[in-house]
Ligand binder design. Structure first.
Ligand SMILES: [Mg+2]
Length: 102
């Protein structure tokens, strides 16, 4: 079973609204682990891995649920180019070598 087939099945079996609520829940769990890591200096890499994976899975369901996977991929590609350009501009204005970071 492919990922997309699995996402389709989750929506069919468990329903759109419960799965979209689960997206929110998983994002909150990842948020909590990031906060623990940064604010409390907690060594929680296994939890970060688990919650990031959960969020990726739920975002897969969200994409399927709304039929927006292609639009997200296109937006993401454009956004990544923009981030690269901003990094290039920032490094240039701060005299940072893009390869070494210094
Ligand atoms: Mg989770």
């Amino acid at each position: 079973m492919t990922e997309e087939e699995l996402y389709k099945r989750t929506i069919r079996v468990w329903g759109k609204e419960p799965q979209m609520m689960q997206v929110i829940e998983e994002m909150a769990e990842l948020t909590k682990e990031i906060l623990k890591n940064i604010n409390r200096k907690k060594d929680n890499i296994p939890e970060l891995i688990e919650e990031a994976a959960d969020v990726e899975i739920m975002l897969g369901q969200l994409k399927y649920c709304y039929g927006i996977a292609e639009q997200i991929a296109a937006y993401k590609a454009n956004k990544l180019k923009l981030i690269e350009q901003r990094l290039n501009d920032w490094e240039k204005s701060h005299n940072v070598n893009a390869n070494t970071g210094s």
